[in-house]
Design a binder for this molecule. Structure first.
Ligand SMILES: NC(=O)c1ccc[n+]([C@@H]2O[C@H](COP(=O)([O-])OP(=O)(O)OC[C@H]3O[C@@H](n4cnc5c(N)ncnc54)[C@H](OP(=O)(O)O)[C@@H]3O)[C@@H](O)[C@H]2O)c1
Length: 353
């Protein structure tokens, strides 16, 4: 079989190689062999391939390995009672994270670092590390869900027990940028009937977000005081939930435009991982100013993935992930470079077979 391998020295160093195709004889009890059809890319994958994904202490650097974590495929051999051959499946990111909060141990089961990833034609999985694909989604669409959509689901709904409905509430959500997590968050928020404000560096991307249902768009380049604009748009109240994907350049503004008692879901660091030194207040003061909860998100457990599929990715609701562009397997470097450029809107996918 074909697979891509990274030595974490840069996307341009990725190399494609031949490896032995696993067979039924390689399976242990509870494992399945999956023929992979589609792999979707995440910001993390660009960092992993570049050797800059270093903020989890428990994630050590292995030998050259297969990158990427999100795939959709079909089981071709099975030693699992619940997942027979022919079942279409999607991978979960931290494979042992089945319920509750993510632990250090769960991080050690992350696909595409530290465990070998999915940018290959076949891979063996434990059955607990897979979920079944909703019938109405194509392989390409389904492959986008494990990191982006599950993270968005948790960012919207993290404190609630499984099954608790947030639909129909009058909450306002602020989404930063138009990448994978933000666009999944926008789609889910609108499917639940929430009000959505989204920021982007591009007016044309804001137009596309409006077509998806965004109630308001703010260009964070031309409106650098976008926090004040969020307060204006919400009648001075602020956003109840903020998808904090920006990090260094956005967090302090998020504290200024979150509603009293609101939640900032700390997701990413697209504008950097370290604060600039001129910040006036520390995070403690910023949190108490508007009685804010700053909640770190690390993807989500499998049970919340399944909850999300049943709640919004149903045929009846008709929700389909936004796929910006699909690359061929041989174009993996170009696909990762395209994602790194930030030109995309939603998700970028590699077709494997
Ligand atoms: N904690 C978790 O579980 C988790 C899960 C997934 C992702 N993440 C993190 O969340 C972040 C987003 O991930 P992703 O996969 O959605 O990334 P992505 O698809 O690569 O998002 C890229 C987009 O982010 C926007 N962006 C860049 N700089 C920005 C800024 N200063 N302010 C606002 N938006 C900005 C740009 O949108 P425009 O072109 O519209 O400006 C860009 O196109 C990354 O840092 C990633 O590591 C964390």
């Amino acid at each position: 079989m074909k697979r891509w391998v990274t030595d974490q020295k840069g996307i341009s160093h990725l190399r494609q190689e031949e490896a032995a195709t696993p067979t039924a004889a390689d399976l242990k009890d509870g494992e399945v062999l999956v023929k992979i059809y589609a792999v979707s890319l995440n910001y993390r994958d660009t960092e992993v391939c570049s050797g800059t994904y270093g903020h989890h202490d428990s994630v050590s650097d292995p030998e050259p390995f297969v990158p990427c974590s999100d795939m959709c495929g079909t089981i071709v051999e099975s030693k699992s009672v619940g997942l027979p051959p022919g079942t279409r499946v999607i991978s979960t990111f931290n494979q042992t994270h089945l319920t509750g909060q993510c632990t250090e141990q769960d991080l050690a089961s992350g696909l595409g670092l530290p465990l070998p990833g999915v940018l290959a034609e076949f891979r063996i999985f434990p059955d607990y590390g897979l979920v079944k694909v909703p019938d109405h989604l194509s392989d390409i669409e389904a492959s986008t869900l494990p990191i982006a959509a599950v993270t968005a689901w948790m960012a919207l709904n993290t404190f609630q027990p499984v099954g608790y409905p947030i639909a129909g509430s009058d909450k306002t959500v602020l989404l930063q940028g138009t990448g994978g997590v933000a666009i999944a968050g926008l789609q889910i928020a609108k499917a639940l009937g929430l009000t959505a404000i989204i920021t982007s560096s591009s007016d044309s991307k804001l137009q596309r977000a409006k077509v998806l249902g965004a109630d308001h768009g703010i260009n964070y380049r031309s409106t650098s005081a976008w926090d004040k604009r969020v307060l204006e748009l919400t009648g001075g109240k602020g956003a109840d939930i903020i998808f904090e994907t920006g990090g260094a350049e956005t967090l302090w503004k998020s504290f200024e435009c979150v509603a009293f008692g609101g939640v900032i879901s700390a997701i990413g660091y697209l504008s950097g991982k370290e604060d600039s030194p001129e910040k006036r207040w520390n995070v403690n003061v910023m949190a108490l100013k508007r009685t804010v909860t700053l909640k770190g998100i690390l993807n989500g457990p499998r049970e919340r993935f399944e909850e999300m599929l049943q709640a919004v990715y149903t045929k009846e609701k008709g929700l389909k992930p936004v796929v910006d562009r699909v690359f061929e397997f041989d174009e993996a470097k170009e696909a990762l470079q395209y994602l790194e450029s930030g030109k995309h809107f939603g998700k970028v996918v590699i077709k494997v077979t």
